[in-house]
Design a protein. Structure first.
Length: 474
């Protein structure tokens, strides 16, 4: 597509494309070729204040706009996204390196479905509930600072911006600097659909700089952040200076438990799909396969068999399943963890320590066995195509190992259905897939422990964007 139509060297504030006050820019790199193919402005405090002030003023009227009108505009935007899906596919391939045949559904198509669910669910929210002694009222909370990561450059924005707009909130969006162009294409859609000025504003810049100002800004009512535990903790601490509401979706180190009675072929396919298809760059990927010893050999054999279904290559090739990692930083991170796994005694049975011999941040998918709880590759989020397989004695040990990390975002259990549901209830995670890979879009997403605060998606994701007011009456 023609990048000039994105206006990506300007901010989108108050319904207009405006120059940065700083005059500074950040390069955007194609991770498959290491070529700089675009640049974005780097916001300073003046730019950020302008965006927040605009959103704050727009909230006064947008919050009073009828739900029917807000729904109408979001429906039009969702159709716009659908009509421009090929352009989103192309941008995400360029800025993230996701193969074209993988990104079409997971990176873009799923966001269209999610938006349809938000549209349906927002119309079921009771904004006024009569209770004994008075009325309970839900009101939009205000200006939302939406701070999103690079691994799902459209999806993470949709999860925050769509429920915010439907609820009557206004938004200042800060995308990741390495994958900002999907946000610019979305802004183009918002502009062309005809949202009121100031309802959605887009600024770009280094997260530590822009985020610090947004998190502390007195006119921001809520921070919705997705990213690392460190970044989320910093956002929450800064936001608490003015008692902001904070919703955090953080890291994961999710287990997939295999017990007797599992459909091993389907379970292995689901696990490898989550770990490899987005190159492991998914916070909820099932990066730990916890397998009871009575079926271990059979499960391992199936993992090795299906491993061959994940070829690495140029993301523009429709046969490619695994493209490059997103950046040099990610390449070095994944390399470190692979080396650490070998150093600590895990057995590397597929893949290799990556070498940087050619252009692009490519890493072969990895499988480790002989992994134990307490090892670095077992306990820490890698964010790369690295699977650890852990052999355990029985179901009790499987549950213990599943719960032995600091994270609790996602999980899965494969076994006889009744027993698998029992095990799912014992795992400390915000979601669990029991003998299925189907993701119910009405169910909320979020984590236990250090995987976050609050929920995104469906009805419960929408409810995060409302304040509760009690009106006492005679």
């Amino acid at each position: 597509m023609n990048l000039e139509t994105l206006n990506n060297e300007k901010f989108y504030i108050n319904g207009e494309y405006v120059e940065s006050s700083s005059g500074k820019f950040i390069d955007v790199e194609n991770p498959a070729t290491e070529e700089i193919f675009a640049k974005i402005p780097s916001a300073n405090e003046e730019d950020i204040n302008k965006a927040v002030d605009t959103a704050y003023d727009a909230f006064k009227t947008w919050s009073k706009t009828s739900l029917d009108k807000r729904v109408e505009l979001v429906k039009k935007l969702n159709q716009w996204i659908k009509d421009h899906q090929d352009e989103f596919d192309e941008l995400i391939l360029l800025e993230l390196g996701i193969p074209i045949n993988i990104g079409h559904d997971s990176q873009v198509g799923r966001q269209i479905d999610r938006t349809n669910v938000f549209i349906e669910q927002v119309q079921n929210i009771d904004l006024e509930t009569s209770m004994e002694g008075g009325i309970l009222v839900r009101e939009p909370i205000g200006v939302i600072a939406s701070i999103t990561p690079w691994n799902y450059p459209l999806g993470q924005i949709i999860q925050k911006v769509i429920p915010a707009l439907l609820s009557g909130c206004t938004v200042v969006q800060k995308p990741a600097t390495s994958t900002p162009l999907s946000a610019y294409l979305l802004a183009k859609g918002i502009d062309e659909v005809g949202f009121p000025k100031g309802v959605f504003n887009l600024i770009t810049g280094q997260g530590s700089e822009v985020g610090d100002i947004l998190n502390k800004h007195p006119k921001v009512a809520m921070i919705s952040y997705t990213g690392s535990l460190k970044g989320g903790a910093e956002s929450a601490k800064a936001g608490m200076d003015t008692a902001k509401k904070v919703v955090l979706e953080l890291g994961g180190k999710s287990p997939a438990v295999f017990v007797k009675g599992a459909n091993i072929k389907e379970g292995v396919s689901q696990v490898l799909g989550t770990v490899y298809k987005n190159i492991g760059q998914t916070c909820s990927c099932l990066s730990r396969a916890v397998v009871t010893e009575d079926i271990y050999d059979e499960v391992l054999e199936e993992f090795l068999k299906q491993y061959e279904n994940y070829p690495v290559g140029n993301p523009t090739d429709k046969k490619t399943v695994i493209g490059p990692l997103s950046s040099k930083k990610q390449f070095e991170r994944v390399k470190y963890y692979i080396e650490k796994g070998i150093e600590e005694g895990a057995e590397l049975i597929r893949g290799e320590i990556p070498n940087k011999n050619n252009k692009g941040y490519y890493v072969k998918p990895v499988i480790f066995t002989n992994v134990k709880a307490g090892m670095t590759i077992h306990d820490e989020e890698i964010f790369g195509p690295v699977l650890s397989i852990i052999k355990v004695k029985d179901v009790d040990e499987a549950i213990k190992v599943a719960n032995s990390v600091d994270y609790g975002l996602s999980s899965a259990v494969f076994g006889k259905n009744d027993k698998a549901i029992e095990i799912a209830k014992e795992i400390n995670a915000g979601e669990c897939y029991v003998n299925t890979s189907a993701k119910g879009p009405n169910l909320p997403f979020g984590g236990y422990k250090q995987s976050g605060i609050g929920r995104e998606g469906g009805l419960y994701g929408l409810l995060e964007y409302y304040e509760l007011k009690s009106i006492y009456t005679k």
